[in-house]
Design a protein around this ligand. Structure first.
Ligand SMILES: *Cc1c(COP(=O)(O)O)cnc(C)c1O
Length: 376
Protein backbone atom coordinates (compact mmCIF):
# COMPACT_ATOMS: atom_id res chain seq x y z
CA UNK A 1 0.00 0.00 0.00
CA UNK A 2 1.17 3.50 -0.76
CA UNK A 3 0.42 6.03 1.95
CA UNK A 4 -0.41 9.56 0.90
CA UNK A 5 2.35 12.05 1.69
CA UNK A 6 1.22 14.83 4.04
CA UNK A 7 -0.20 17.67 2.01
CA UNK A 8 1.38 21.07 2.19
CA UNK A 9 -1.39 23.27 3.66
CA UNK A 10 0.07 26.57 2.46
CA UNK A 11 0.41 25.24 -1.06
CA UNK A 12 -3.15 23.87 -1.03
CA UNK A 13 -4.64 27.15 0.12
CA UNK A 14 -2.90 29.18 -2.57
CA UNK A 15 -3.82 26.91 -5.49
CA UNK A 16 -5.24 29.24 -8.11
CA UNK A 17 -6.99 28.36 -11.34
CA UNK A 18 -4.99 29.02 -14.51
CA UNK A 19 -7.33 30.62 -17.05
CA UNK A 20 -6.74 29.32 -20.60
CA UNK A 21 -9.99 30.09 -22.43
CA UNK A 22 -10.67 29.20 -26.05
CA UNK A 23 -9.16 31.39 -28.77
CA UNK A 24 -12.27 30.77 -30.88
CA UNK A 25 -15.36 31.67 -28.83
CA UNK A 26 -18.75 31.02 -30.39
CA UNK A 27 -20.55 34.02 -31.83
CA UNK A 28 -23.70 35.27 -30.08
CA UNK A 29 -25.80 33.82 -32.90
CA UNK A 30 -24.18 30.37 -32.69
CA UNK A 31 -24.66 30.33 -28.92
CA UNK A 32 -28.29 31.47 -29.25
CA UNK A 33 -28.93 28.55 -31.64
CA UNK A 34 -27.53 26.05 -29.14
CA UNK A 35 -29.56 27.65 -26.34
CA UNK A 36 -32.86 27.07 -28.14
CA UNK A 37 -34.71 24.24 -26.42
CA UNK A 38 -31.72 23.02 -24.43
CA UNK A 39 -33.63 20.20 -22.68
CA UNK A 40 -31.57 18.75 -19.82
CA UNK A 41 -27.89 17.79 -19.97
CA UNK A 42 -27.58 17.72 -23.75
CA UNK A 43 -25.81 21.02 -24.50
CA UNK A 44 -22.55 22.07 -22.82
CA UNK A 45 -20.80 25.40 -22.51
CA UNK A 46 -17.43 26.22 -24.08
CA UNK A 47 -15.18 25.57 -21.09
CA UNK A 48 -14.40 23.23 -18.23
CA UNK A 49 -12.27 23.34 -15.09
CA UNK A 50 -9.93 20.49 -14.16
CA UNK A 51 -7.84 19.95 -11.02
CA UNK A 52 -5.54 16.98 -10.50
CA UNK A 53 -4.73 15.11 -7.32
CA UNK A 54 -2.01 12.61 -6.64
CA UNK A 55 -1.02 10.88 -3.42
CA UNK A 56 2.38 12.55 -3.48
CA UNK A 57 1.40 16.09 -4.43
CA UNK A 58 -2.14 16.65 -3.21
CA UNK A 59 -4.19 19.03 -5.38
CA UNK A 60 -2.33 20.63 -8.29
CA UNK A 61 -2.61 21.90 -11.85
CA UNK A 62 -5.96 23.74 -11.64
CA UNK A 63 -6.97 24.94 -15.10
CA UNK A 64 -9.87 26.44 -16.98
CA UNK A 65 -9.63 25.21 -20.58
CA UNK A 66 -11.90 24.77 -23.61
CA UNK A 67 -14.45 21.95 -23.16
CA UNK A 68 -12.85 18.85 -24.67
CA UNK A 69 -12.76 15.06 -24.57
CA UNK A 70 -10.70 13.34 -21.88
CA UNK A 71 -8.16 10.73 -22.83
CA UNK A 72 -8.91 7.47 -20.96
CA UNK A 73 -6.58 4.46 -20.74
CA UNK A 74 -8.47 1.14 -21.04
CA UNK A 75 -7.09 0.13 -17.64
CA UNK A 76 -8.25 3.39 -16.00
CA UNK A 77 -9.38 2.30 -12.52
CA UNK A 78 -12.74 4.13 -12.68
CA UNK A 79 -13.84 2.02 -15.65
CA UNK A 80 -13.36 -1.12 -13.56
CA UNK A 81 -14.00 -0.20 -9.91
CA UNK A 82 -16.13 2.95 -10.14
CA UNK A 83 -14.44 5.40 -7.79
CA UNK A 84 -16.56 8.18 -9.19
CA UNK A 85 -18.63 10.87 -7.43
CA UNK A 86 -20.50 13.94 -8.59
CA UNK A 87 -22.53 16.99 -7.59
CA UNK A 88 -25.28 19.02 -9.22
CA UNK A 89 -26.10 22.68 -8.65
CA UNK A 90 -27.55 25.53 -10.67
CA UNK A 91 -26.67 29.10 -11.59
CA UNK A 92 -29.70 31.35 -12.03
CA UNK A 93 -30.11 34.63 -13.90
CA UNK A 94 -31.52 37.28 -11.56
CA UNK A 95 -33.90 40.16 -12.34
CA UNK A 96 -30.96 42.64 -12.28
CA UNK A 97 -29.14 40.53 -14.91
CA UNK A 98 -26.64 39.16 -12.36
CA UNK A 99 -26.01 35.47 -11.76
CA UNK A 100 -26.02 33.49 -8.51
CA UNK A 101 -25.71 29.86 -7.43
CA UNK A 102 -27.71 28.28 -4.59
CA UNK A 103 -25.91 26.94 -1.48
CA UNK A 104 -22.69 25.92 -3.30
CA UNK A 105 -20.88 25.31 0.01
CA UNK A 106 -23.49 22.67 0.86
CA UNK A 107 -22.59 20.90 -2.39
CA UNK A 108 -18.87 21.29 -1.59
CA UNK A 109 -19.38 19.76 1.84
CA UNK A 110 -21.44 16.86 0.50
CA UNK A 111 -18.78 16.27 -2.16
CA UNK A 112 -16.24 15.84 0.65
CA UNK A 113 -18.53 13.37 2.42
CA UNK A 114 -19.05 11.40 -0.80
CA UNK A 115 -15.28 11.38 -1.32
CA UNK A 116 -14.66 10.01 2.18
CA UNK A 117 -17.14 7.17 1.64
CA UNK A 118 -15.52 6.20 -1.68
CA UNK A 119 -11.95 6.42 -0.27
CA UNK A 120 -11.20 9.45 -2.43
CA UNK A 121 -9.38 12.70 -1.50
CA UNK A 122 -11.44 15.61 -0.16
CA UNK A 123 -11.32 18.72 -2.30
CA UNK A 124 -11.15 21.83 -0.05
CA UNK A 125 -14.58 23.51 -0.06
CA UNK A 126 -13.17 26.89 -1.13
CA UNK A 127 -11.49 25.29 -4.12
CA UNK A 128 -14.72 23.51 -5.12
CA UNK A 129 -16.62 26.82 -5.04
CA UNK A 130 -13.77 28.72 -6.76
CA UNK A 131 -13.76 26.16 -9.60
CA UNK A 132 -17.53 26.43 -10.07
CA UNK A 133 -17.39 30.25 -9.94
CA UNK A 134 -14.51 30.40 -12.46
CA UNK A 135 -16.44 28.30 -14.98
CA UNK A 136 -19.64 30.33 -14.57
CA UNK A 137 -17.74 33.62 -14.85
CA UNK A 138 -16.08 32.46 -18.07
CA UNK A 139 -19.30 31.11 -19.61
CA UNK A 140 -21.68 33.66 -18.07
CA UNK A 141 -23.32 34.36 -21.44
CA UNK A 142 -24.58 30.75 -21.31
CA UNK A 143 -26.75 31.34 -18.23
CA UNK A 144 -30.28 31.46 -19.67
CA UNK A 145 -32.87 33.82 -18.29
CA UNK A 146 -36.31 32.42 -19.16
CA UNK A 147 -38.54 31.06 -16.36
CA UNK A 148 -37.54 27.49 -15.38
CA UNK A 149 -34.19 27.89 -17.15
CA UNK A 150 -30.77 27.84 -15.50
CA UNK A 151 -27.19 26.76 -16.02
CA UNK A 152 -26.78 23.30 -14.50
CA UNK A 153 -23.29 22.80 -13.06
CA UNK A 154 -21.86 19.30 -12.83
CA UNK A 155 -18.69 18.94 -10.69
CA UNK A 156 -17.36 15.38 -10.60
CA UNK A 157 -14.26 13.42 -9.65
CA UNK A 158 -12.95 10.03 -10.71
CA UNK A 159 -9.89 7.80 -10.40
CA UNK A 160 -7.26 8.31 -13.10
CA UNK A 161 -4.63 5.80 -12.08
CA UNK A 162 -4.06 2.99 -14.57
CA UNK A 163 -4.07 -0.58 -13.27
CA UNK A 164 -6.33 -3.45 -12.28
CA UNK A 165 -5.22 -3.92 -8.67
CA UNK A 166 -8.17 -3.45 -6.31
CA UNK A 167 -7.34 -0.55 -3.94
CA UNK A 168 -8.03 3.20 -3.81
CA UNK A 169 -6.50 5.02 -6.76
CA UNK A 170 -3.47 7.20 -6.09
CA UNK A 171 -4.53 9.71 -8.74
CA UNK A 172 -7.78 11.55 -9.35
CA UNK A 173 -9.19 14.20 -11.66
CA UNK A 174 -11.77 16.76 -10.51
CA UNK A 175 -13.76 18.31 -13.38
CA UNK A 176 -16.50 20.92 -13.61
CA UNK A 177 -18.69 21.19 -16.70
CA UNK A 178 -21.87 23.24 -17.25
CA UNK A 179 -25.03 22.68 -19.24
CA UNK A 180 -27.75 25.23 -19.98
CA UNK A 181 -31.02 23.62 -18.93
CA UNK A 182 -34.72 24.01 -19.48
CA UNK A 183 -37.31 22.17 -17.34
CA UNK A 184 -36.02 18.74 -16.21
CA UNK A 185 -39.29 16.97 -16.95
CA UNK A 186 -40.68 17.93 -20.35
CA UNK A 187 -44.12 19.48 -19.93
CA UNK A 188 -43.22 21.54 -16.84
CA UNK A 189 -44.73 21.03 -13.40
CA UNK A 190 -46.90 18.03 -14.22
CA UNK A 191 -47.57 15.29 -11.67
CA UNK A 192 -45.57 12.11 -12.20
CA UNK A 193 -46.76 8.53 -11.69
CA UNK A 194 -44.53 6.30 -9.58
CA UNK A 195 -43.80 2.58 -9.37
CA UNK A 196 -43.01 1.15 -5.92
CA UNK A 197 -40.05 -1.12 -6.51
CA UNK A 198 -40.40 -4.23 -4.36
CA UNK A 199 -37.86 -6.26 -6.32
CA UNK A 200 -34.86 -3.90 -6.45
CA UNK A 201 -33.36 -1.58 -3.82
CA UNK A 202 -31.22 1.52 -4.34
CA UNK A 203 -29.18 1.41 -1.16
CA UNK A 204 -28.53 -0.72 1.90
CA UNK A 205 -27.50 0.04 5.51
CA UNK A 206 -23.73 0.45 5.50
CA UNK A 207 -23.71 0.96 1.73
CA UNK A 208 -23.21 4.06 -0.39
CA UNK A 209 -26.79 5.43 -0.43
CA UNK A 210 -25.83 8.70 1.29
CA UNK A 211 -22.94 9.34 -1.14
CA UNK A 212 -23.56 10.93 -4.52
CA UNK A 213 -21.66 8.29 -6.45
CA UNK A 214 -22.01 7.01 -10.00
CA UNK A 215 -22.48 3.41 -8.86
CA UNK A 216 -25.77 4.22 -7.08
CA UNK A 217 -27.16 5.38 -10.39
CA UNK A 218 -25.88 2.33 -12.28
CA UNK A 219 -27.67 0.11 -9.76
CA UNK A 220 -30.91 2.07 -10.12
CA UNK A 221 -31.41 1.98 -13.87
CA UNK A 222 -32.99 -1.46 -14.16
CA UNK A 223 -35.69 -0.48 -11.64
CA UNK A 224 -36.33 2.78 -13.48
CA UNK A 225 -36.72 0.77 -16.70
CA UNK A 226 -39.17 -1.49 -14.86
CA UNK A 227 -41.17 1.57 -13.76
CA UNK A 228 -41.47 2.64 -17.41
CA UNK A 229 -42.58 -0.89 -18.39
CA UNK A 230 -45.30 -0.59 -15.75
CA UNK A 231 -46.50 2.61 -17.37
CA UNK A 232 -45.05 4.84 -14.64
CA UNK A 233 -42.68 7.81 -14.93
CA UNK A 234 -40.41 7.18 -11.94
CA UNK A 235 -39.37 4.53 -9.43
CA UNK A 236 -39.89 4.90 -5.67
CA UNK A 237 -37.33 3.13 -3.47
CA UNK A 238 -38.15 1.25 -0.29
CA UNK A 239 -35.72 0.37 2.49
CA UNK A 240 -33.64 -2.73 1.77
CA UNK A 241 -34.32 -4.61 5.02
CA UNK A 242 -38.08 -4.53 5.54
CA UNK A 243 -39.09 -3.31 2.07
CA UNK A 244 -41.61 -1.22 3.89
CA UNK A 245 -40.26 2.30 4.51
CA UNK A 246 -40.34 4.92 1.77
CA UNK A 247 -36.88 6.26 0.92
CA UNK A 248 -36.67 8.29 -2.30
CA UNK A 249 -38.02 8.72 -5.83
CA UNK A 250 -35.41 8.09 -8.54
CA UNK A 251 -32.76 10.73 -7.87
CA UNK A 252 -35.01 12.94 -5.74
CA UNK A 253 -36.15 13.12 -2.10
CA UNK A 254 -39.84 12.87 -1.17
CA UNK A 255 -42.24 14.99 0.90
CA UNK A 256 -45.67 14.06 2.26
CA UNK A 257 -48.25 16.74 3.09
CA UNK A 258 -50.88 15.91 5.73
CA UNK A 259 -53.92 18.16 6.15
CA UNK A 260 -54.55 21.47 4.44
CA UNK A 261 -54.03 25.21 4.73
CA UNK A 262 -52.32 26.63 7.81
CA UNK A 263 -52.67 23.35 9.69
CA UNK A 264 -50.79 21.33 7.10
CA UNK A 265 -47.97 19.12 8.36
CA UNK A 266 -45.08 18.42 6.01
CA UNK A 267 -43.07 15.25 6.48
CA UNK A 268 -39.99 13.90 4.70
CA UNK A 269 -38.39 10.48 5.25
CA UNK A 270 -35.67 10.61 7.92
CA UNK A 271 -32.05 10.30 6.79
CA UNK A 272 -31.31 6.73 7.83
CA UNK A 273 -27.96 6.47 6.08
CA UNK A 274 -29.33 4.91 2.91
CA UNK A 275 -30.99 8.13 1.71
CA UNK A 276 -29.16 10.86 -0.16
CA UNK A 277 -29.28 14.04 1.97
CA UNK A 278 -30.64 16.46 -0.63
CA UNK A 279 -29.91 20.16 -0.36
CA UNK A 280 -33.37 20.91 -1.77
CA UNK A 281 -34.86 18.63 0.91
CA UNK A 282 -32.96 20.47 3.63
CA UNK A 283 -33.93 23.90 2.23
CA UNK A 284 -37.61 22.94 2.11
CA UNK A 285 -37.63 21.76 5.73
CA UNK A 286 -36.54 25.29 6.69
CA UNK A 287 -38.76 27.11 4.17
CA UNK A 288 -41.83 25.18 5.28
CA UNK A 289 -41.11 26.06 8.92
CA UNK A 290 -40.52 29.74 7.92
CA UNK A 291 -43.99 29.74 6.43
CA UNK A 292 -45.52 28.43 9.64
CA UNK A 293 -46.03 24.81 8.68
CA UNK A 294 -45.14 21.97 10.98
CA UNK A 295 -42.19 20.41 9.13
CA UNK A 296 -40.56 17.20 10.30
CA UNK A 297 -38.52 14.13 9.44
CA UNK A 298 -40.11 10.75 10.14
CA UNK A 299 -40.42 7.22 8.83
CA UNK A 300 -43.29 6.71 6.40
CA UNK A 301 -44.36 3.23 5.33
CA UNK A 302 -46.08 2.11 2.15
CA UNK A 303 -49.15 1.34 4.30
CA UNK A 304 -49.11 4.88 5.76
CA UNK A 305 -49.06 6.25 2.23
CA UNK A 306 -51.92 4.08 0.97
CA UNK A 307 -54.09 4.50 4.06
CA UNK A 308 -53.41 8.24 4.31
CA UNK A 309 -54.66 8.61 0.76
CA UNK A 310 -57.68 6.37 1.37
CA UNK A 311 -58.82 8.26 4.49
CA UNK A 312 -57.98 11.70 3.11
CA UNK A 313 -55.42 12.74 5.78
CA UNK A 314 -52.59 12.68 3.24
CA UNK A 315 -53.32 15.46 0.77
CA UNK A 316 -50.19 15.96 -1.35
CA UNK A 317 -46.91 14.21 -2.16
CA UNK A 318 -44.01 15.74 -4.04
CA UNK A 319 -40.41 14.94 -4.95
CA UNK A 320 -37.58 17.47 -4.75
CA UNK A 321 -34.05 17.88 -6.07
CA UNK A 322 -31.85 20.46 -7.79
CA UNK A 323 -32.58 19.34 -11.34
CA UNK A 324 -36.40 19.42 -11.22
CA UNK A 325 -36.82 21.58 -8.03
CA UNK A 326 -40.25 20.19 -6.99
CA UNK A 327 -42.33 17.67 -8.91
CA UNK A 328 -45.79 16.60 -7.71
CA UNK A 329 -46.51 12.87 -7.42
CA UNK A 330 -49.94 12.15 -8.91
CA UNK A 331 -50.36 8.40 -8.64
CA UNK A 332 -48.76 5.28 -7.19
CA UNK A 333 -48.60 1.71 -8.46
CA UNK A 334 -47.13 -1.44 -6.91
CA UNK A 335 -47.45 -5.13 -7.78
CA UNK A 336 -50.48 -5.35 -5.46
CA UNK A 337 -52.19 -1.96 -5.45
CA UNK A 338 -52.51 1.40 -7.13
CA UNK A 339 -53.95 4.70 -5.95
CA UNK A 340 -54.25 8.39 -6.77
CA UNK A 341 -52.46 10.91 -4.56
CA UNK A 342 -54.90 13.61 -3.35
CA UNK A 343 -56.67 14.99 -6.40
CA UNK A 344 -53.98 13.61 -8.71
CA UNK A 345 -53.05 17.21 -9.56
CA UNK A 346 -50.28 19.47 -8.23
CA UNK A 347 -51.43 20.50 -4.72
CA UNK A 348 -51.50 24.06 -3.34
CA UNK A 349 -48.75 23.52 -0.74
CA UNK A 350 -46.53 21.79 -3.32
CA UNK A 351 -46.88 24.81 -5.59
CA UNK A 352 -46.52 27.35 -2.77
CA UNK A 353 -43.23 25.80 -1.59
CA UNK A 354 -42.01 25.47 -5.15
CA UNK A 355 -42.59 29.14 -5.82
CA UNK A 356 -41.03 30.18 -2.49
CA UNK A 357 -37.87 28.23 -3.29
CA UNK A 358 -37.57 29.26 -6.95
CA UNK A 359 -38.14 32.92 -5.97
CA UNK A 360 -35.14 32.79 -3.61
CA UNK A 361 -33.01 30.90 -6.13
CA UNK A 362 -33.73 33.41 -8.91
CA UNK A 363 -33.46 36.50 -6.70
CA UNK A 364 -37.16 37.34 -6.73
CA UNK A 365 -37.63 36.97 -2.97
CA UNK A 366 -35.53 38.01 0.00
CA UNK A 367 -32.90 35.44 0.92
CA UNK A 368 -33.04 35.55 4.74
CA UNK A 369 -30.90 32.39 5.09
CA UNK A 370 -28.00 33.69 2.98
CA UNK A 371 -28.34 30.76 0.58
CA UNK A 372 -27.55 32.56 -2.67
CA UNK A 373 -23.95 33.04 -3.78
CA UNK A 374 -23.46 35.87 -6.27
CA UNK A 375 -20.94 35.37 -9.04
CA UNK A 376 -18.81 38.51 -9.00
C1 LIG B 1 -28.74 14.45 -5.93
C2 LIG B 1 -29.78 13.55 -5.37
C3 LIG B 1 -30.90 14.03 -4.67
C4 LIG B 1 -31.24 15.49 -4.54
O1 LIG B 1 -30.26 16.27 -3.94
P1 LIG B 1 -30.26 17.85 -4.15
O2 LIG B 1 -29.09 18.30 -3.37
O3 LIG B 1 -31.54 18.37 -3.62
O4 LIG B 1 -30.13 18.09 -5.61
C5 LIG B 1 -31.77 13.11 -4.11
N1 LIG B 1 -31.57 11.78 -4.25
C6 LIG B 1 -30.53 11.29 -4.94
C7 LIG B 1 -30.37 9.82 -5.05
C8 LIG B 1 -29.59 12.15 -5.51
O5 LIG B 1 -28.56 11.64 -6.19
Amino acid sequence: MTTAAPQEPALQASLSIDLKPTAHPLSDTERATRLENPGFGRVFTEHMVTIKWSAGRGWYDAQLTPYASLDIDPANMTLHYAQSIFEGLKAYRRPDGGVATFRPYANAERFQRSARRLAMPELPQDLFVAAVDALIRQDIAWVPGEPEESLYIRPFMFATEVGLGVRPSNEFLFVVIASPAGPYFAGGVKPVSVWLSQEYVRAVPGGTGAAKCAGNYAASLVAQAQAIEQGCDQVVWLDAVERRWIEEMGGMNLYFVYGEGEDARIVTPRLTGSLLPGITRDSLLRLAADRGYAAEEAQISVDDWREGNANGTLTEVFACGTAAVITPVGSVKSSTASWTVGTGEAGPITMELRKALVDIQTGRAEDVHGWTHTIA
